[in-house]
Design a protein around this ligand. Sequence first.
Ligand SMILES: Cc1ncc(COP(=O)(O)O)c(C=O)c1O
Length: 473
Amino acid sequence: MADNFNKTNKKFFSSRAPLVEAMENYKKSPMIGFHIPGHTRGLGINPRFVNLVGQDVLKIDTTDEFDNLGTLHPSSGAIKEAQEIAAKTYNAKKTFFVTSGSTIANLALAFGLTNPNDEVLIARNCHRSVLTGLIISGAKVNWVIPKKLNNWSIFGNIEVEDIEEKLRYNRNIKLLWLTNPTYEGVVSDIEKISEVCKKYKVNLIVDEAHGSLWNYNDNLPKSALFYGADAVIHSIHKTAGAMTQASMLHLGKNSNFDEIKVAHALKLLHTTSPSLLLLASLDAARANLSSESGQKMLQNAIDNALYFRKEAKNIENLSVLEKGVNIDITKIFIKMKHLGGVQLEYILEHEFNIEVESASDEGVLILSNLGNTKDEFDYLINSLKKISDMKFDKIEKKVKIMPLVDPEIVMNLREAYFAPKESVNKVDAIGRISSEVIALCPPGISILLPGEIIKKEHIPYLFNYEKIEVIKE
Ligand SMILES: Cc1ncc(COP(=O)(O)O)c(C=O)c1O
């Protein structure tokens, strides 16, 4: 499978990796270097660290300053070519590689595309980076609240009707920004939401940070890039096999967004020393998933997830989130009847040496990843069977993750963030207006955001805060 259309799904899949190739050549033909990085291919570095990571990695730890590798801003050479293949693969008009995570992609979209007082509609479960971007830009935020899955202590999908109602009611809204899927894999109907956006002439950004694998297997949901979204973000590093911090920002085929504005915003916000290791890992991840072996890896992850879901039905006291929601099957959210989520996470880690992705107040999130084996799932299943039979005292929940409180937001983000503020004791903050973003990562969804009234219900979720920044009265 080199450069071709995948016959089964009619997508452009190429296992060529021009940037990986350029890095291979760079490694093979070293020059005498008098340049940054000063560790000089790993020779001028702590030997203990060399032992830890390996000399090979350090030989190619470089940035985009060399002709044969290309540059990121503006894109040229092998980097440009790698971005172009990615754009074709993801059905995008343009793909930007990002080395500071989807955080920077979100910041760049907000900063580059919204002006002070532009009205935007944002889902309340957005990642904190969307809020940061809008604090920088000063856009006026309207909120849509996703469905609450109270039994699971997480947000669910966003209803098409709720979007339509907001857009019908406020014709000044020019941009809708959603997270899809949610961190736990709940999927919204982006096809219909996109139709509603077109009807009201509203641009659509989908933060698909957790949907980076969707393009590569028809058993997974379809990316918003096939439903006419103007921009889509993928944290390729989260699930698609790139190195930590490596993400992609795509502009849709018929995007209304100005490519130059997005490029400028990225250039302003991005590091001026992008790691070639991270950039090449994006090229490698895309090429891998397009290749026969990568396709097998993904099918394996899907098969393992389906296997777990089937076996889980036989485990007493265990529930898996799947009824009544549309879900990305590789994200498996489970809960045990007699345990809280944080407690289950703790037991799995300390008694069974299993590390899950995260916990909510009610359950834990397990990811069926490209590299997981069926044996690992068998071990997980057996461990859960044992936990189900054990008697634990229900522990008083000391750590609470995500309040599903109806937010009362009374000020614009930027206005609240820059207003005169004071620090008050947590309990004295009730009834005051928050001037900071408080979010636990993961999932990075704000517990409180600037301009939001602090309520009694928030307090248990602020367990690691003594004082809160509030607007001065
Ligand atoms: C929905 C969503 N968007 C964006 C981000 C930021 O991604 P990154 O960690 O790649 O900066 C996250 C991180 O968890 C996220 O969950």
